[in-house]
Write a protein that binds this ligand. Sequence first.
Ligand code: GLN
Length: 546
Amino acid sequence: MTTKYIFITGGVVSSVGKGVTAAAIGRLLKERGLKVAVQKLDPYINVDPGTMSPYQHGEVFVLDDGAETDLDLGHYERFIDIRLNRVCNITTGQVYAEVISKERRGDFLGGTIQVIPHITNEIKRRIALVSKSTGADVVLVEVGGTVGDIESLPFLEALRQLRTDLGRENTAYIHVTWLPYIGATDELKTKPTQHSVHELRSIGISPDMIIARSDQPVYDNLREKIAQFCDVEKRAVIPMTTVSTLYEIPLLLEKEKVAEYLLERLSLQSKKEPNWHVWETLVTETKRKKPKVTIALVGKYVELHDAYISVREALKHAALALGVDLDLKWVHSTNLEKGKGLEVFDKVSGIVVPGGFGSRGIEGKILAAHLARTRKIPYFGLCLGMQLMVVEFGRYVLGTDQVNSSEFDPATPNPVIDLMAEQQEIKEMGGTMRLGLYPCILQSGTIAAKAYGAKKIEERHRHRFEFNNQYRDLFASKGMVFSGLSPDKKLVEIAELRDHPFMLGTQFHPEFLSRPTRPHPLFMAFMRAAAEKAGVEYLDPPLPLE
Ligand code: GLN
């Protein structure tokens, strides 16, 4: 079957939920039995977001193959319940690096290398790799940024060319815009959408569908106006009003017959009737008033919730399945260091310390681990959070504060967390961590093994440091259980405490594999422990979602 392409661009302003929209459309198609993949084109010059600050970019989402990607890939994987690969996120940096290395090799001898055709050809080559590597029937391609940005022009030009290369019946263009609301006159304005579509058409792309985001209801007359001015069919102007839960978006787009239109436009046959039962359950359950479980998320980028988006989503998935409301308190670890805001721990029933790099706020996180251990508050450490749980335990066992990870104190006499052997010689920062899926063997009878109900698991990693095996026997004798190890037993993948209701840390990032319809087993175990600490009733067995 010919691969069909749906290209998604954004207009007017950024951050209107283009990524979630692409993900939701992917879900609509998957519900019809089609095999879907999604690719994000990022116009920045970094090769990947791996070296960017979370303040710049939000979370770095890690794939099975170790690709460090844009957080939108998290939305795609969670909504569509698929696993993507590294060709699904391309950046200007990757495209130029490839073209320049070919030029140096002499592949274009005699030629002048130009944006058109060399850069656009490389973009098109990478778009074609998605269906080749995933076997997808439909590939959705989302362009980062908004139309009108200088840096996204080569991507848009490549997409324009693809309509001619692949044919109109195989390509559809969706433009996602924003309708601003003017309070004084109580009206939504379509002018910025008209301008944005005008801009897109001046590049040579005429959208087939416009998804108009707004905070207010969009009435029929407005739909008509957009259709008329932007030259799209009225039924292809889709109002997408802000909803209270993300899970409502696929249902909203279903009601607007988005999939019917796209299938018709691309001459595609639906292979099965969509079944929205589980998504409807997710929405009604989210809206139902449930007992509250308060969790502290202790990080250093907490002002920017996007920096921990997969962790927050994974907590929400587990809470929903257990029939409790997640009340998330964002705790700034640097404040804790200054002795500020400690009272939050009097009220919480669970503490999460997520991943991170660099020494700012580290002592605050260690303090959170200390309070969790001594007050028997359920604690879940993700990567850095596991390492700091080990540091805190080390300080207690060794009876000295001279215990640390060598990432934060290279001269510490007790480096309980140390640089991995294969990392010692690495000088380049980009893409050189231990990245992606690795197997882990669980020790039976432990909290981890019971949670997974399995012997062998595979999880996604992103780290340079690891548990220092010199301390393994001593820590084990004092109550730390190494419940997950690499198959050669050399790497500690999961550590948990014996004399504690739930104090567990993973060297990997379980949050990347949690799905709304399939919450992650460790997040489930943690939330269950937190619900018990809170003394609230939760669903046992959990809500059936599959
Ligand atoms: N900075 C730590 C390391 O490199 C933890 C990384 C993380 O939390 N992803 O090992």
